[in-house]
Structures are given as C-alpha cells and as structure tokens.
Design a protein around this ligand. Structure first.
Ligand code: GDP
Ligand code: ZN
Length: 327
C-alpha cells in the first residue's frame, strides 16, 4: 500500500481527534499531529463529524525548516461505513464514533456490574444499521457461574452474534477473541467498569503504552484521555478504544423501523397479519409467535419493546417536524 497515490496528497489514518485537530498515523507507522482545513469544518469552525477516528485522509505535510507549520488534513476519503450514536447531552445530534470499521466488540461483565442487555442491544442495533458485524464479550467470568455466561452467549448466538466468555483479570478465554482480532479493525465499546481497559491490556500488553504515545501527540500538554483512539499493536491488528459509556443513545433509528435492525427478527416480520404491525399487541403477530415458539429469545424481544418505547418517547425531539407540531 503506497503512502502517496501518484500525483495526490500523502494518505494517513486518523488515530485520534481533538477539539481543534487530530493525530494521524502514516503508512510507515509514524504518528503526528495535524490541523484540519477550514473548508472541511462545519459552521462556527467546529470539527463536528467531518474527521473521525478511522478516516483515511489526504494531508499537506507540515514543515520544520525554520518556518514551522503543522500538517493539515485537506481531504477525507469516502467512508466504507460509520458507527454512530446520538451525541451525549441535550442537543439531538449525531456523533460518528468511528469510520471504516470491520467489527464492533461490545464488552460486558457477568457481574460487578451485572450483565444488562440494554447497552448490548443498542450497540447491536446501531452496528446492524451501519452494516458492521458485531461480537459480544462477557468478561469477569471468574465472578459468576459458567452456566449464566453460557445462557447469555446462547441467546446472542441465536441472534447471529458470536460471543466470548472470559476473564481479563485471570487471563482465561482470551485466545479465541485475540484470533478474531487478526486481519481486522475492531471498535471496542462498553459501560465503564466492565473491565474493557483490563481486557485490552490483557490482549495486548503494550496497549496502555501505545495509547499514551498517541495521546501525547495532541500537543499543548493536554492529557485528556477521553477520546476514542486507534492503535495498531501488531501487524494486522487494529483496535479502537472508546471511553467507557454511561448511556448510549440510538441515532437514525425510528420506532417503526427498529425491528428490522434486530436481524434475527427479519424472517418473521413479513408474517404479521397487519403490514404495519407494531408487534406489541396486535392479533396475528408473527414476531410474538416466534417468541412463543422459542425461535426468537425473550431477552431480545423484551429489549426490543423497551427500546421501541424509549424511541417513541424521544420521537418529537428526534424528528424536528414532529417537534414543531408539538405532537
Ligand atoms: P473499564 O472501566 O471497563 O475500562 O474497566 P477496568 O478495566 O478499569 O476494570 C474495572 C474493574 O474491574 C477493575 O477493578 C478491574 O480490576 C476489574 N476487572 C477487570 N476484569 C476483571 C475480571 O475478569 N475479573 C474480575 N474479577 N475483575 C475484573
Ligand atoms: Zn407483529
């Protein structure tokens, strides 16, 4: 892979984004800070989602010949995909967490904190919408019983999601996950406290050191470590770590289209008596029949109902037209 396409600007990958600029990783692995051309920025010169971790960009190299000038990102290559969520806070805005991702890995714990399907199913819905495969990790296996973890993994396997029960602390069950990282760029998300940092460090002993190197390039002596960071700890393995999340809001998903992003529901949806079935209480609902027969798990269906309720409550804010009419 060439660093500089013939006649064009040299290419690099965005390893981290800051308020004002970003850290790039060139093809030879070197890291450097860059600012972003004004014309790529949104109103009020904010970076918004113009440049995100995982983007491949063209940049004007900086100079250090006495007239010091930083590199400047001048082009962003089209994204193969983008994983989004609703930005935290009151404003209804999209936050593109990362672009050009091969898989999303949602990290949970069996206990402390207790496993909750909420974040998992949100992340899976958002991954499905982005067309990115996902994988589930249940950490802290040492704090619970193996059958509990097995039941969770079985439910998700029936939803087409591969899972791994492991203990980051004890170093148990890491190898199958490590194998699944090879040849891919993986985006890690999880609630804080589930042991995501422990896991990343157990998978890649240099993880913290490498993250420190990227974070140190943000300049101005800032030591924020709350941004997503892309690392390349060994050939063929790329990992994007994100800050531990408290809440994960859905983006770009309507109550009435939610079911289609629960991918294992798909074969049942066309069987409902009413074409606009909400799957909540209508007679002749094929999805509820599938739950009765065990073809769809209760865990996923309950999660669907909960998210649907939440999206309906949010709908006026999510949809500006409805908000104005005060629906
Ligand atoms: P993060 O917030 O998800 O990055 O979580 P940390 O990696 O900081 O871990 C949170 C707490 O869980 C720490 O006290 C870890 O020592 C602990 N922890 C992480 N992995 C395991 C595990 O596999 N088993 C147990 N018992 N504790 C763990
Ligand atoms: Zn139905």
């Amino acid at each position: 892979m060439s660093d500089a396409p013939a006649g064009g600007l040299p290419r690099a990958v965005v390893a981290r984004v800051d308020f004002g600029g970003c850290v790039l990783r060139a093809a030879d692995g070197s890291l450097f800070a860059a600012s972003v051309a004004g014309r790529l920025r949104g109103p009020r010169k904010s970076l918004g989602n113009a440049v995100v971790v995982g983007d491949r960009v063209g940049y004007e190299p900086g100079r250090s010949d006495g007239r010091e000038a930083p590199a400047v990102v001048a082009e962003v290559d089209p994204r193969r995909n983008a994983f989004s969520r609703r930005a935290p806070g009151r404003d209804v805005r999209e936050q593109v967490v990362a672009a050009n991702v091969d898989q999303v890995i949602v990290v949970t714990a069996l206990a402390e904190p207790e496993f909750s399907a909420g974040l998992v199913d949100r992340v899976l819905v958002q991954s499905a919408r982005a067309g990115i495969p996902a994988r589930l990790v249940v950490n802290k296996l040492d704090l619970g019983d193996e059958r509990g973890a097995g039941a969770i993994l079985a439910d998700y396997r029936s939803a087409g999601i591969e899972g791994h029960a492991l203990s980051a602390k004890r170093g148990v069950g890491l190898e199958p996950l490590h194998a699944a990282l090879r040849g891919r760029r993986s985006l890690f998300v999880g609630h804080s406290g589930v042991g995501k940092s422990s896991l990343l460090n157990a998978l890649e002993p240099d993880f913290a050191l490498l993250a420190g190197e990227v974070n140190a390039r943000t300049g101005k002596g800032r030591h924020t470590t709350t941004a997503a960071v892309l690392l390349h700890p060994e050939p063929g393995v790329e990992m994007i770590d994100t800050p531990g999340m408290r809440a994960f809001g859905l983006w770009g998903i309507e109550p009435d289209t939610l079911a289609q992003w629960f991918v294992e529901f798909a074969p049942h949806l066309s069987g409902c008596r009413f074409a606009d079935c909400s799957h909540v209480s209508e007679p002749g609902c094929a999805l509820r029949a599938a739950v009765q027969s065990g073809a769809v798990t209760r865990r996923r269906f309950d999660s669907f109902l909960k998210l649907r309720e939440e999206l309906r409550d949010e709908a006026p804010a999510f949809n500006p037209r409805k908000a104005r009419s005060g629906r």
